[in-house]
Structure formats: structure tokens, C-alpha cells
Design a binder for this molecule. Structure first.
Ligand SMILES: [Zn+2]
Ligand SMILES: [Zn+2]
Length: 205
């Protein structure tokens, strides 16, 4: 797997300890505190709506999920297929807990949205917040030294890789269902068709 910048200090032991994404997903399902649930229509076609949730995690658990050797992005780093499989398992593990919260907004089939292949999890990004609860807690710092060193993300000149090579220690996990319509069809915005490859190549999408 990859190396960490020694500036991460005591975090490195936990980030490299053997575990797996199923175990991390179970901890998120039981320990995560859902703070908001939204139904968000797609800008490209408002007949397609997704369920979006935000949950608070202990920062150490967020770290395991986002930055560790056994985490979400590590699966995509190994291969796009492994990343997509890990993503689908995570979503199916979290879906029952998330469905206990009613998404605020237009009508959406949350189960269908969370089951859609483009459903995903990520940190709370800039300008993507839907309410004050899920507002961003992440700031891009493209000039910062790489924190994840894997022979790929720290070498790419792409702006997304400058985000991807960081190992942010945050609290908010956002879970996005796919955009689905009343017939259960899914709309994947063109910019997100490449998502798995983006994370593989740059650690970010
Ligand atoms: Zn590759
Ligand atoms: Zn919110």
C-alpha cells in the first residue's frame, strides 16, 4: 500500500492497522450520527432526485474510512473495479440506517436512490452543503505537501490530485444516492461518469 508523510505522526499506526472496509462500514452504521437528510433534484433534469445524508463520525473513524490502507479511497487506488465494489457494499450496509431519516424536499424513493450504481460517499465539500448541518468543513490547500505517497497521486499535476494526496482529518461523512426518477431510472451527470477512474488516478473526483 501507500506511505504517509511523517507529519501525520500518531495517526499512521491506526491508518496502517489491518482491518477492512466492511468492518469500517459497520462502525459507521452503528456509531455515525445522521445530522440531516435531503432530497435534491438534479440540475440537468429535475425529474431526477437523489437522497443526500450527512453524518458525524469520530475523526479517527473518518480517518480510517477516507485515508487508511483499508479505506474507501484505498480500494479505488487498487483498481476502479475494487473501488466500485467497495462503494456498493458500503452503500448497502448504510442504506437501512439512512432510510430511517426522511429526506426533506421533493419526493424521492430513498431506497432506490441509495441502491443506484452512482450512489456514493465522500467528505463535505466546498459549496455542496444543502443546509448549515452539512456545510463544508474542508478547505482545499493545493500548495500543501503530500500526505499520501503512493507513486501516483503525489506525482500528478492535475488539480484534483492536489486534493487527493491530502489526508484530511474531518468529521462529516456525506452519503449521496443516485439521481432517480419515479420509474427507477438513473441519471448520471456526465462529469461523474469517470468518478471511479478519477479517484483511482488522483484520489479525488
Ligand atoms: Zn491503474
Ligand atoms: Zn444538510
Amino acid at each position: 500500500m501507500w506511505n504517509y508523510n511523517s507529519s501525520l505522526g500518531s495517526r499512521i499506526k491506526a491508518l496502517t492497522a489491518p482491518t477492512n472496509l466492511d468492518a469500517i462500514a459497520s462502525r459507521i452504521a452503528s456509531e455515525g450520527k445522521v445530522i440531516c437528510a435531503h432530497a435534491e433534484p438534479c440540475d440537468l433534469d429535475r425529474r431526477f432526485v437523489r437522497a443526500v445524508y450527512c453524518a458525524y463520525l469520530d475523526p479517527m473513524l473518518f480517518d480510517l474510512f477516507f485515508n487508511s490502507w483499508s479505506g474507501y479511497r484505498a480500494a479505488y487506488f487498487r483498481s476502479t473495479e475494487e473501488g466500485q465494489k467497495a462503494n456498493a457494499r458500503l452503500l448497502s450496509r448504510l442504506s437501512p440506517e439512512l432510510q430511517q431519516y426522511h429526506p426533506v424536499g421533493p419526493s424521492v424513493d430513498a431506497a432506490q436512490s441509495l441502491k443506484a450504481p452512482s450512489a456514493k460517499a465522500w467528505l463535505a465539500e466546498v459549496a455542496r452543503g444543502l443546509c448549515s448541518c452539512c456545510a463544508s468543513e474542508w478547505k482545499p490547500s493545493p500548495e500543501a505537501p503530500a500526505e499520501i505517497l503512493n507513486g501516483r497521486w503525489e506525482l500528478s499535476p492535475d488539480l484534483l490530485a492536489t486534493f487527493g494526496r491530502a489526508a484530511p482529518l474531518l468529521r462529516k461523512l456525506r452519503v449521496f444516492g443516485g439521481f432517480v426518477n419515479e420509474h427507477g431510472q438513473e441519471l448520471v451527470p456526465p462529469a461523474k461518469v469517470r468518478r471511479a477512474q478519477d479517484i483511482h488516478d488522483w484520489g479525488w473526483s
